[in-house]
Ligand binder design. Structure first.
Ligand SMILES: [Zn+2]
Ligand SMILES: [Zn+2]
Length: 334
């Protein structure tokens, strides 16, 4: 038997030979099971996609409406050549999932990206007991420890209010899929004077089409100039020269990301204000989750793979740096 009872680690990514499908493959394959629509997990060109119902319109929006795609509800299972496959909420963004595989009593879970805090929009993360757990590790260092989201939301609101008093609009740079919808949903509790860039609105519309409760927003171009300072605007990148910005004589720009947790990254940011808000598990959440799964083997991918797998080994867990195995470019089947 190889390193894993069910998985093979190939140059295309995580492969399940028994079912002949890949999970979040990074090269074109015949059958791809997709945890969520972020570009480091879902690329175009696969022949067949399998994802959650909630991810389906987002994948079509990002990869093209013609892709061949089958979807499942959370916890609904599909038997693929004897392997029982099901999706379970990962709490990362609406529609995101962990993939649970079961074959002859062996249970393997691939986390995708996840966070434990319930943001009120994504279905909350579910702990799944398993023998093997493939975990992300984007923020797997002790320096990454998040404050409760309500504290951050209040900070953002205070900043927004202050800018308004200075006759300046508040512009937040945030990731267009996931982070932006989370912020729109959260900040709408304070005020409905919120607008966003068209690329974010396209994602909002996809989500609204499947009843994810994203409030309807005013179009940037329809904001009356005299009221511009009252608005919170979300943009995917920091563009101070964009055409729509002519409507905003004065503004402040902030950035909202987990990376803002360190001084180094805050100093490098081109924004005036930084908020530490992440859609990933922090150091404590990663450790809590791994313990709670009861997994005997943990494969660490997407992030601080070396550091975190070494740490887990010190704690007595059979851990592997998956990215180095995947990079070694050959399937492990000893
Ligand atoms: Zn992601
Ligand atoms: Zn990711």
């Amino acid at each position: 038997m190889g390193l894993s009872s069910l998985l093979e680690f190939t140059e295309h990514g995580i492969y399940v030979p028994r079912g002949d499908f890949y999970i979040d493959p990074n090269k074109k394959v015949k059958h791809a099971v997709i945890t969520h629509a972020h570009s480091d997990h879902a690329i175009s060109g696969h022949q067949n996609y399998l994802c959650t119902h909630l991810s389906k319109p987002i994948l079509k929006l990002r990869l093209g409406s013609k892709i061949k795609i089958q979807s499942l509800d959370y916890a609904e299972s599909l038997n693929i050549n004897g392997v029982k496959v099901s999706f379970h909420p990962a709490g990362h963004i609406p529609g995101s999932a962990q993939v649970r595989l079961e074959y002859k009593g062996n249970i393997v879970v691939i986390s995708g990206d996840y966070k434990l805090e319930n943001d009120g929009l994504a279905d909350p993360f579910e702990i799944i007991k398993c023998h093997e757990y493939v975990t992300e590790s984007t923020f797997a260092l002790p320096v990454y420890q998040w404050q409760k989201q309500d504290i951050i939301y209040k900070e953002i609101y205070d900043w927004w209010q202050y800018n308004q008093s200075q006759k300046k609009a508040s512009i937040i740079n945030s990731y267009p899929l996931g982070k932006s919808q989370r912020l729109i949903h959260a900040m709408h509790q304070y005020s409905s004077n919120i607008s966003c860039h068209s690329s974010i609105e396209a994602t909002n519309q996809s989500y609204r089409s499947i009843d994810v409760p994203i409030p309807t927003l005013i179009d940037i171009m329809d904001i009356p100039k005299r009221d511009a300072h009252k608005y919170l605007i979300l943009t995917p990148t920091i563009i101070s020269q964009a055409y729509w910005m002519q409507n905003f004589p004065g503004f402040e720009i902030a950035e909202a990301s987990g990376w803002m947790a360190t001084k180094n990254r805050r100093h490098k940011s081109s924004s005036n204000r930084q908020f530490t808000l992440s859609d990933h598990a922090d150091w404590n959440a990663l450790n809590t989750t791994i313990n709670a799964t009861g997994a005997e083997k943990v494969f660490v991918t997407h992030g601080f793979c070396f550091e975190f797998s070494e740490y887990l080994k010190e704690k007595g867990i059979q851990a592997y740096n998956l990215d180095s195995i995947l990079k070694s470019n050959k399937s492990i089947a000893d």
